[in-house]
Design a protein. Structure first.
Length: 205
């Protein structure tokens, strides 16, 4: 009887071992992710990336998969999940930090938080002064200040770009610079007119 019980337990153990899939190697996991991407299966790619993140966070970070996961979850409308992924990229000083900061700045702008947007863009500039996004980030800072009606700060931000070797950037910055100066002086005249109106003695027109 005892022998029969032992045999049964041994058989169950062997079946359990056989039915348990072997852990996937990094190469196999990369292959599955690549296959999901090639198939344009966004949800499958997200699932594979999240599985890799859970099983091997170090490998996940080393391959900068946070950024890919962020882009895909953003496309799925998951702003919170995308934000977390982009912040993770920035936190471990990835080579993709500047791109993650650009996406984070766009998120801030989308909710009308221009202060946070400018903070993200300034961080991008500090991280990658030679970045391809440098001019775009600096120009956007000027635009953000203008949209916040901080014309003086906008003028200061845009001034260096007006002499940029990039003709397109210089042209756009120059036009906005003129607009900001016009709005700045217009605002000053409006304030001055209001002050004069308030200061005018009663009974005088």
């Amino acid at each position: 009887m005892r022998h029969g019980n032992r045999l049964l337990l041994l058989t169950l153990a062997l079946l359990s071992f056989v039915s348990t899939p072997l852990a996937q190697t990094p190469a196999e996991r990369h292959k599955r992710i690549r296959a999901a991407i090639d198939a344009n299966d966004r949800n499958a790619t997200i699932a594979e990336l999240q599985a890799l993140k859970s099983s091997n966070a170090k490998l996940f970070a080393a391959n900068n998969y946070d950024y890919l996961l962020g882009r895909l979850t953003e496309q799925n409308g998951d702003a919170a999940g995308a934000t977390a992924s982009y912040q993770s990229i920035v936190a471990h000083n990835s080579v993709l930090s500047q791109y993650a900061l650009w996406r984070l700045a766009r998120f801030a702008r989308s909710i009308g938080d221009f202060v946070l947007e400018r903070e993200r863009l300034q961080q991008l500039i500090n991280v990658g002064p030679g970045s391809l996004l440098y001019l775009a980030a600096t120009l956007r800072i000027g635009q953000s200040f203008h949209e916040s009606r901080d014309y003086s700060a906008a003028i200061s931000a845009l001034q260096p770009l007006t002499t940029s070797k990039n003709n397109s950037t210089a042209r756009r910055a120059g036009v906005l610079h003129v607009i900001c100066r016009s709005d700045f002086y217009g605002a000053q005249r409006s304030v001055l007119s209001t002050v004069r109106s308030v200061a005018r003695p009663a009974g005088r027109n």
